[in-house]
Design a protein around this ligand. Structure first.
Ligand code: 2AM
Length: 183
């Protein structure tokens, strides 16, 4: 990994039990392509792209200042995009998710970090370059979301690796951040 910049994103990490259940279900569909490793399953909240390593501490402080409650995310829909991308997404968006992502994005923009201006499409990527899109698939995974993480993405000879650079709990009893669009 170069030391002067890092490819960063904030995400919800999928905890082990849920990730393993999702991978077992996915692998049974015979989709081909490049499946995402169980330890890499996540849902991106904000993608920062290449950032100077010197900003890391500022980003960690920014994340630590966010107060938000835990919630349950039910991944019950299979979605797909270009180049054989397949993902899981919720058919019903819990209000806590856009509130958390919006709060994070608003603070990042206020710190002068340029973010993708497209609205968040909450998804958990399962496979890239899939050879098939199943006609019949009825996923239903309940994911208790209890923390969010700052990751650096590194390319290694064995594939992409996400390195956790900070991990912040969502705290029961806290009120939702008031939803304000980031722009
Ligand atoms: P993907 O799974 O749909 O590719 C690490 O690469 C994470 O950041 C992935 O969740 C990826 O989404 C997301 N990501 C990569 N490039 C992005 C971009 N330009 N805008 C938003 N998210 C991005």
């Amino acid at each position: 990994m170069p030391t002067d910049t890092l490819r960063l994103f904030f995400a919800l990490p999928c905890q082990r039990d849920t990730a393993e259940a999702i991978c077992t279900w996915r692998d049974g569909l015979g989709l081909g392509g490049k499946p995402v490793a169980a330890e890499n399953l996540h849902l991106t909240l904000a993608f920062l792209g290449q950032q100077p390593s010197a900003r890391l501490e500022e980003l960690q402080l920014l994340a630590a200042a966010i107060e938000a409650p835990p919630f349950e995310l039910r991944l019950d829909r299979l979605g797909g995009g270009r180049q054989g991308l397949l993902w899981l997404e919720p058919s019903r968006m819990p209000e806590e998710l856009p509130a958390l992502a919006g709060e994070l994005q608003r603070r990042l923009l206020a710190s002068g970090i340029a973010l993708d201006t497209r609205p968040l499409r909450a998804h958990l990527t399962l496979v890239r370059h899939a050879g098939a899109r199943p006609r019949e698939a009825h996923p239903d995974f309940a994911w208790p979301v209890e923390r969010f993480v700052l990751y650096a993405s590194e390319n290694t000879p064995r594939g992409v690796r996400y390195l956790g650079l900070g991990n912040w709990p969502l705290v029961p009893g806290l009120r939702l951040p008031r939803f304000r669009p980031p722009h």
